[in-house]
Design a protein around this ligand. Structure first.
Ligand code: HEC
Length: 148
C-alpha cells in the first residue's frame, strides 16, 4: 500500500472506532432534555391539529379530549429546559435562561389559554386555531425560539 493510502485507511478506521464508541454512549442528560422538550412541542403541534379537526367535525367529545391533552402538555413545557442544555440541535434562544421569568410567564400564559379551552363550558365554535397559535405559541417563539 502506498503511504498515503495507509494513512487514509488508518484514519478512517480510527474515525469509525471513535464514532462507534461515541454512539455506544448513552445520551447525555442535556441531550435527553432537548429531545424531551422538542417531543412536548411536537405533541402540542399535533394536538392543535386534532383540535381544529374536532371543531371541523363538530365533535365536542373529541374536542374536549384533545383540549385536556393540550392542557396537560402545556404543564410540561418548562421541564425540559434544564441548565446547560442550549446545545447543538436546539432552537432555543439564550433568553430562555437569561430571562427565565419572562419565559415562565409565556409558559403560564399558554397554560391558562389551554385551561380555558379545556373547560367544559367552552364554546368549541369560538376556537380560532390561528389566533390561538399566534398568541400562545408564537408569543413565546418570538422571544425564545430561533426561526428555522
Ligand atoms: C413558553 C414558550 C413556548 C410556548 C408557549 C410554545 N413554544 Fe414551541 N418552542 C419553544 C422553544 C424555546 C422551542 C425550541 C426548543 C428547542 O429546540 O430546544 C420551541 C420549539 C417548537 C417546535 C419545534 C420542535 C422540534 O421538533 O424541534 C414546535 C413544532 C413548536 N415549538 C410548536 C409549538 C406550538 C404548536 C405551541 C403552542 C400550542 C408552542 N410551540 C408553544 C417555546 C415555546
Amino acid at each position: 500500500m502506498k503511504p498515503f493510502k495507509t494513512i487514509l485507511t488508518a484514519s478512517i478506521v480510527a474515525l469509525s472506532v471513535a464514532s462507534a464508541v461515541a454512539n455506544s454512549q448513552p445520551p447525555r442528560k442535556e441531550e435527553q432534555a432537548v429531545g424531551f422538550r422538542q417531543g412536548v412541542f411536537q405533541g402540542l403541534s399535533w394536538k392543535m391539529g386534532q383540535l381544529a379537526g374536532a371543531k371541523g367535525a363538530g365533535d365536542r367529545a373529541a374536542f374536549q379530549k384533545h383540549a385536556n391533552d393540550l392542557s396537560y402538555l402545556t404543564d410540561l413545557i418548562t421541564e425540559g429546559f434544564i441548565p446547560d442544555s442550549l446545545i447543538e440541535g436546539s432552537a432555543a434562544k439564550p433568553a430562555v435562561w437569561a430571562d427565565a421569568a419572562g419565559f415562565q410567564a409565556a409558559a403560564e400564559k399558554m397554560q391558562n389559554m389551554a385551561a380555558e379551552l379545556s373547560s367544559e363550558d367552552y364554546d368549541m365554535g369560538s376556537f380560532d386555531p390561528r389566533g390561538f397559535g399566534r398568541e400562545g405559541c408564537g408569543g413565546c417563539h418570538k422571544d425564545f425560539k430561533e426561526r428555522n
